[in-house]
Design a protein around this ligand. Structure first.
Ligand SMILES: *Cc1c(COP(=O)(O)O)cnc(C)c1O
Length: 390
């Protein structure tokens, strides 16, 4: 490793991360490639952007939209109307189920979840949540209280007091775990952080039914699985199940901070006047970028591409028949490689070969490639993968 790739002196050491930084100093990026200060190229299969680079890094159309908007107007708060916000919301709602007719705009996935959970409490007058084991919903107080992993949650107990965690895809457990004082049932249609596990259609239907039965709000967290990553605009679309609220974020503004909580009119109507807000949420700059992203998804046929990426990776990894690979799972361009060992050595070895991937679950690798990634790049990854697994 060249000295240019070591941790930068000074300021970077002041960043409170809670984990070690990779020895990579990013300088510029285009599509799936990031170049470091020494000119070395890395492919971002999720490890650099956590899935934010959905339409690739620095997509020219996103950059142009941001530049044009930056020249005119960076920021107005939600109390002032904005043509860019109007256009973005029109584009977003054209792609969402018609029942989800209203959207709160925020700046992150956790904030989108925070909105859904607060509204569920306001709408029901109840304070209990039901979520899934191995869930991840973000690091703010309410989002964290429905996040399962102990390492994320326990140092900060007590959070919101009452969350029941049920086994993912266990319909019977779910049905018996939702008491009448439940405000919200919260599900990731495809668990990401938990290791790329897709909910079955019948589990999503059971969640819909039990929430409706007890008068609870059904919240889908599609911060990672949404926006076409799995091959449909929402990962829940093929199940036919429509929640009361869905959280979106990650790639929605092509790299600018954004979060969206889209919900039914009925739920939106339960927001008390002045009951929620965000200084930056819905600002014109992020909205202009968001409209560009939604246009790119259509014009470059990226939902179709998500299927093709998933098939190429799944069949490529399966055909390796590697002894350390226990299972390979995928939902479009969201792929989990379950190992028989801890994933960190493989993540480090892949990084040395120029591929940045994520962990998922306790023994998994997780791939969230840009939907614009080229087949040749995926093939190169498949070529180096076996020797990086050890
Ligand atoms: C990333 C993620 C979040 C949190 O989003 P932030 O933008 O980091 O707050 C919430 N839910 C899921 C499913 C995520 O993948």
């Amino acid at each position: 490793m060249s000295p240019a790739q070591a941790t930068l002196p000074g300021g970077e050491a002041r960043l409170l991360r809670g984990f070690a930084a990779k020895p990579i100093v990013a300088e510029r990026a285009l599509n799936a490639t990031i170049w470091d200060a020494a000119g070395r190229a890395y492919t971002d299969l999720g490890g650099a952007s956590h899935g934010v680079a959905l339409v690739g890094h620095n997509h020219p159309r996103v950059v142009t939209a941001i530049q044009a908007q930056a020249d005119r107007l960076l920021h107005v708060a939600a109390g002032i109307q904005s043509p860019e916000r109007a256009a973005f919301l029109d584009a977003l709602h054209a792609r969402l189920p018609s029942q989800l007719a209203r959207t709160f705009l925020a700046n992150s996935g956790a904030e989108a979840m925070e909105c859904a959970l607060k509204l569920a409490v306001a709408a029901t007058g109840r304070g209990r949540f039901v979520a899934c084991r191995d869930s991840f919903h973000g690091r703010t107080a309410a989002a964290l209280s429905v996040t399962h992993r102990a390492a994320f949650r326990e140092p900060f107990q007590p959070m919101l007091p009452k969350t029941e965690f049920v086994a993912f895809n266990d319909e019977e457990a779910l049905k018996s775990a939702v008491p009448r004082d439940t405000a919200a049932v919260v599900v990731e249609p495809v668990q990401g952080e938990g290791g790329v596990r897709a909910a079955t259609a019948s589990f999503l239907r059971a969640a819909r039914d039990v929430a409706t039965d007890v008068g609870a709000i059904l919240v889908f967290d599609e911060v990672q699985s949404g926006l076409g990553r799995t091959g449909t605009f929402l990962a829940a679309t093929p199940s036919g199940v429509v929640p009361d609220a869905v959280a979106l974020a990650k790639g929605l503004a092509g790299g600018l901070p954004i979060g969206a909580c889209s919900m039914t009119e009925e739920l939106a109507a339960r927001l008390p006047p002045g009951g929620h807000g965000s200084t930056y949420g819905g600002a014109p700059l992020a909205c202009a970028a968001g409209s560009a992203v939604l246009g790119i998804l259509d014009d470059e046929r990226l939902l179709w591409r998500a299927h093709a990426i998933g098939e190429r990776l799944l069949s490529g990894i399966r055909s390796l028949a590697h002894p350390l690979v226990r299972d390979v799972r995928g939902s479009g361009a969201m792929v989990g490689i379950e190992l028989r060992v801890k994933p960190q050595p493989a993540i480090t070895a892949l990084q040395a070969q120029g591929f940045l991937v994520l962990g998922g679950g306790t023994t998994g690798l997780r791939l969230l490639p840009p939907l614009t990634v080229e087949d040749a790049t995926l093939d190169k990854f498949l070529e180096v993968l076996p020797r990086c697994l050890g």
